[in-house]
Design a protein around this ligand. Structure first.
Ligand SMILES: [Zn+2]
Length: 311
């Protein structure tokens, strides 16, 4: 079965060609039929019902434009003939008290939205949030310091000084994420210092300047676990807009067994038996701080589950 990671939406048509028309988005964003996904304080709007959907605003509703400069909106794409966009509402706007918001849903962190929304909705709000972050981070030119203006239907920002004219685009920072295993029935999991209590995950690290994925993988795994890596296999990737990562997932075979951890980054790294992990994977209730695997929205969990299922 074809499977994608949470937040990846290959079925969504980004229709990037339309971004070339400088006036099109501005004329389209305010139409009745256009659906606008709002982002506020980094959070996304989700319906009250537990079987929730992402909540979109009518493009013609005046109130979203009161709180979101056109400057901070973008065209997302087209789904079943409907045009979708996003708007980054002013952080200072009192959105929690807004009657339209209270009636329809609530703003929640993207992680929480990823746990409850259907896959298409989760991917669209993640895309919206990634662009909101981009507009927040690039209000001023990184070269000359002058204000920037949106371009390409909100997918770029260009310096307002024509002498400079520098244009920036949303970036994704690549990170490798790796399930290390031996040739038998053991794999390596660890606890980075940022993880919730009890959670054990695959090892990961950001690609540095001038580094390939495979060189990064061997370096990061050596730093975090002390292990030497032999054969590596690319599995799949996941957009991870917290705020702008791209997780590139691998399985890798260790050619050494002794673990030496980097205590600055890692609290604990160890080998785990497949049969024991299969029991943990089947559990749903945990005591505070008890061993647990990552949540099912993460590529880490999928990399682990694929290895568990393979033996
Ligand atoms: Zn500039």
């Amino acid at each position: 079965m074809h499977q994608t990671n949470t937040f990846d939406i290959p079925q969504f048509d980004r229709d990037a060609i339309r971004r070339r028309d400088p006036d099109w988005w501005r004329a389209t964003a305010g139409l009745d039929a256009t659906r606008i996904l709002p982002v506020w304080q980094g959070n996304v709007l989700v319906g009250h019902n537990p079987s929730s959907r992402a909540i979109a605003l009518d493009g013609s509703a005046p109130w979203w434009r009161e709180h979101a400069d056109w400057d901070r909106s973008a065209f997302l794409g087209v789904q079943d003939g409907t045009v979708w966009g996003m708007a980054a509402l002013s952080d200072a706007a009192p959105m929690e008290e807004h009657p339209e918001i209270q009636r329809q849903g609530q703003f929640v962190p993207l992680r929480a939205a990823g746990m409850v929304l259907p896959p298409l909705d989760a991917g669209m709000v993640a895309f919206a949030r990634a662009l909101a972050w981009f507009h927040d981070q690039h209000r001023f030119c990184g070269r000359c310091g002058r204000p920037t203006r949106p371009a390409e239907a909100g997918h770029a920002r260009t310096c307002s000084d024509p002498e400079c004219g520098r244009t920036v685009y949303p970036r994704s920072d690549p990170a490798v994420i790796v399930l290390i295993h031996d040739d038998h029935d053991r794999c390596v999991l660890g606890r980075g210092r940022h993880l919730p209590p009890g959670m054990h995950s695959t090892l990961a690290g950001f690609v540095e300047a001038g580094e390939s994925l495979e060189t990064c993988l061997r370096r990061e795994m050596k730093e975090e676990s002390g292990l030497e890596i032999g054969e590596i296999t690319y599995r799949h990737s996941q957009p991870w807009p917290f705020p702008q990562s791209l997780m590139v997932g691998f399985h890798a075979v260790a050619t050494s067994t002794d673990i030496v951890i980097d205590e600055v980054e890692m609290e604990h790294v160890a080998w785990y038996e497949r049969d024991w992990l299969k029991q943990q994977a089947a559990r749903t209730d945990f005591d505070e701080g008890e061993f647990r695997l990552p949540t099912r929205i993460s590529i880490a969990r999928r990399l682990i589950d694929e290895w568990l299922d393979a033996g």
